[in-house]
Design a protein around this ligand. Structure first.
Ligand code: FES
Length: 107
């Protein structure tokens, strides 16, 4: 298995309805995860990047959250429609997408 150049963690944490912290899964985290898996598969990028679902990454109120390493960049409020841009601009282009970055208060 080749070592991935980047590793994407997509928060898909569930919580019971009415939980005060809410959850990324309730806000579409699973759709984001499926879109990553679909596009990485369609573009045959599995030898370059890993995409893994994760539990809570911390800033639940601004999810769905996506964390990209090795840069340690957190994207917030990500939708399935943002996935192509993250792949094209960040994973392949090495450019952080400022409009999707988590608020500075997060990190
Ligand atoms: S539930 Fe996703 S960051 Fe907490």
């Amino acid at each position: 298995m080749p070592k991935p150049a980047k590793h994407v963690f997509v928060c898909n944490q569930p919580r019971p309805p009415g939980h005060p912290r809410g959850s990324c899964q309730a806000k579409g985290g699973n759709e984001v995860l499926q879109a990553f898996w679909q596009q990485v598969q369609a573009r045959n990028l599995w030898d370059k990047f890993s995409v893994t679902y994760s539990g809570c990454l911390g800033p639940c109120d601004c999810g769905p959250n996506v964390l990209v390493y090795p840069e340690g960049v957190m994207y917030s409020g990500v939708t399935k429609d943002d996935v192509a841009a993250i792949i094209d601009e960040h994973l392949l282009g090495d450019k952080v997408i400022k409009r999707l970055m988590a608020p500075e208060s997060v990190w």
